[in-house]
Design a protein around this ligand. Structure first.
Ligand SMILES: *Cc1c(COP(=O)(O)O)cnc(C)c1O
Length: 412
């Protein structure tokens, strides 16, 4: 193993090792690569996902429902696994909704968010009976018309764009002018209009942002969310039965980042659940998480094709890259490129190390998987592992760019 810091050691320790190789789902990486039959591939470890959910459940109040936001990793096998471990699934497209329905969970445990839902998508959602998180007044009117046509009562909630925002979130999705949700100040008027429509209104969805590692910001945002929902509930024609308070819990990717301390978040959630039980007694409280549940359970594996030197620097050219893992290349929301934790999965430790840059096969200088990292001296055929790759990897990457083969995915 190289000296690239705490996050790398923590990542490798989570998976475990045997015979100087990384273990994934109990298989050495070499055996797993042989079983998959190709590189590159993504591998997700069932035990680590299960463990993560169990740890979280242990910490948070029992009355708080935990949903999985499947856009983080929509691989059907992963969604199936998480459907059994969580209380529901959140989807952001009609195709994701089909994957969620295929798990066999009750449609009322699925909620469908996202701006720009087409009439076709809305009709499918109404026919399925999932909760539609309405992102605008226009969407509400279209849903009511679709309900009339189908002779069904659409199950709905309003996604609220709060006036506050989740501070220091990696990707802000609330506060200020946004395409997501309905501005909180417009919600009372929307509820008055809703009261005259044939819609089964359940409550609110308030999602502040993603990848937050600051406990105080998360606690404050969750508190503000409940306060906002309670204020808006006073304008509802029916009692609140559902409140999705979002999530946004982050994971450490880069040197210096620390895993979230769950204890203060859980304490605050207990407090909020008690308050909700008094103020919104019929409401089920839901926290929705994507990345936090799956990111640390996944790796991306590519194979060294060429080892070359250029003016004093060593480049490991692999058969994987930006087209499979945009986020690790630094081109998915990063301002300054930083390395994900990386190792040689079939040769974890060696006395013979060197400083290398790991790149992909694309003809663009953006195709970097790891910039100037210390690894055991690598040969062609060695397996480069990028950790923290279980979320926003496979499905968040431009597979078509340069027309290379797509990676495989396995859940082990
Ligand atoms: C993306 C998204 C999530 C998941 O965010 P994570 O940071 O992966 O937990 C949850 N809810 C909504 C509405 C989203 O758009």
């Amino acid at each position: 193993m190289s000296g690239e810091g705490e996050s790398l050691n923590a990542s490798a320790a989570r998976f475990g090792s045997d015979d100087n190789q990384l273990l994934v789902g109990g298989h050495t990486l070499g055996d797993l690569a042989a079983r998959v039959g190709q590189t590159p591939f993504y591998a997700y470890d069932r035990r680590l996902i299960t463990q993560r959910v169990a740890e979280l459940r242990d910490a948070i109040p029992a009355s708080l429902h935990l949903h999985y936001a499947i856009k983080a990793n929509p691989m059907p096998a992963v969604v199936q696994l998480l459907s059994g471990l969580t209380d529901g699934l959140d989807v952001a497209s009609a195709a994701e909704m089909q994957v969620a329905l295929d798990t066999g969970i009750a449609p009322e445990l699925i909620s469908f968010a996202g701006p720009g839902k087409t009439d076709t998508e809305l009709a499918a959602a109404v026919a399925a009976g999932v909760i539609v998180n309405m992102e605008s007044e226009g969407e509400m009117r279209r849903l009511a018309a679709i309900g009339d046509r189908q002779g069904r009562r659409p199950v709905v909630s309003i996604r609220v764009n709060p006036a506050f925002e989740l501070k220091t979130s990696g990707m802000k999705m609330g506060g200020g002018p946004k395409p997501f949700g309905v501005d909180e100040e417009r919600v009372p008027r929307m509820l008055a209009e809703l009261a005259a429509l044939d819609l089964d209104f359940r409550g609110f969805h308030i999602f502040g942002g993603s990848q937050n590692l600051r406990v105080e910001a998360i606690v404050e945002s969750q508190r503000s969310t409940l306060e906002l929902a309670t204020r808006l509930a006073a304008h509802s024609p029916v009692p609140m039965r559902w409140l999705n308070i979002g999530g946004g819990l982050g994971i450490p990717y880069f040197p210096g980042e620390k895993p979230l301390d769950l204890a203060p978040i859980a304490d605050n959630l207990s407090d909020l659940c008690e308050r909700a039980a008094r103020e919104l007694p019929e409401a089920t409280l839901v926290m929705e998480l994507g990345r936090y549940l799956v990111a640390e359970a996944g790796i991306y594996v590519s194979e060294v094709v060429d080892r070359k030197e250029s003016r004093g620097e060593v480049f490991l050219v692999t058969n994987g890259g930006l087209h499979h893992h945009l986020a690790a290349s630094g081109n998915f929301g990063q301002v300054i490129r930083k390395n994900y934790p990386v190792c040689l999965g079939n040769r974890l430790v060696s006395p013979d190390t060197e400083r290398v840059t790991v790149v992909g096969p694309l003809c663009t200088p953006l195709d970097i998987l790891a910039d100037k990292v210390t690894l055991p001296r690598a040969e062609s055929g060695d397996l480069v592992v990028i950790f923290q790759s279980g979320a926003y990897g496979y499905s968040a990457s431009p597979h078509l760019f340069l027309s290379h083969p797509v990676p495989a995915q396995v859940l082990v």
